[in-house]
Design a protein around this ligand. Sequence first.
Ligand code: PLP
Length: 359
Amino acid sequence: MFALERHPTPVSIEDRTARLVDPVFGRVFTDHMAVLLYNEERGWHDGRIAARAPLTMDPASAVLHYAQEIFEGMKAYRQEDDSVSLFRPRANAERFRASARRMAMPELPDELFLESIHQLVKTDRDWIPTSAEGSLYLRPFMIASEVFLGVKPAAQYIYMVLASSVGAYWKGGARAVSLWVSHDYTRAGAGGTGAAKCGGNYATSLVAQQEAIRRGYDQVVFLDAAERRWIEELGGMNIFFVFDDGSIQTPPLTGTILPGITRDSILTLARDEGLVVREEPYSIEQWRDDAASGRLVESFACGTAAVVTPIGRVAGPGYEFTIGSGSTGQTTQRILDTLNAIQRGRAPDPHGWREPVRV
Ligand SMILES: *Cc1c(COP(=O)(O)O)cnc(C)c1O
């Protein structure tokens, strides 16, 4: 389905090696990309792996006006034996279809999604950094390309996959991040697009993220839109709470938060370890009280890009509190190490999460 059209002038080995020394997240791209077209008459067609190049688009393309767009984020990891494995790509394929349904876009069959990923990673595997924390970040996405200013689901789409070489997300090890709790802005309401991985969710989060930075915090954390009380998630990461009795908790998937694959993996690993796990709402008042009393000992955020990120300080209008010692907690570190070991082939894979790239 994906014809290989090799780049006529790929980046030289010396230049590529230099770019892979310390890649800034999302800035270093590989030589190729996957492209697949859709229209109502022909369905999915003209799949290819081609040289990465700018798109030529009509300025009246629907996505540019009405944001009919979805994406995914996943990684390919170099394994101990130098083979390459994807981490739970089938979960991304399934979520991509769920996002498509919510945005009235055509569902890409899982086999095509997976084939595009396997082919691209195989073609550009030399772009996976050899460093201990390196990986190849994959960005599948789909845009409405029909040329029409009327408001309706488009009749034409472009699906693409980009690959980007990434190193450690946080330079010098996972530093605890500080969070600003937004009491003014929300990212999703009931019936909205909170559970779909669409660019629009990020567009609405930016002003709140900007406010967090302006106030001296690293990231924003959102409350629910109805009561402005229940913790939902960060702009692009889910959140976990760890208690002094060893139990862990995360907000439930009620449609306003993104069903993270890292979130799901952590829940599974925690249950494997025999930890008590709750998917229940947690309020900002409770978070403050529990941090003060010491009942809450750790909090962390999670997502594909940074995997697990400890949370140190939390603040909102008129309050600020520190979680535990304000640095990386034991449970947070153990979960990060366990996930890393599975992703990189250094630990058994009881749930079949690794998928070797087809060669
Ligand atoms: C992608 C994403 C996450 C994390 O999902 P993973 O599958 O773990 O990478 C969390 N929140 C939002 C809003 C996201 O877009």
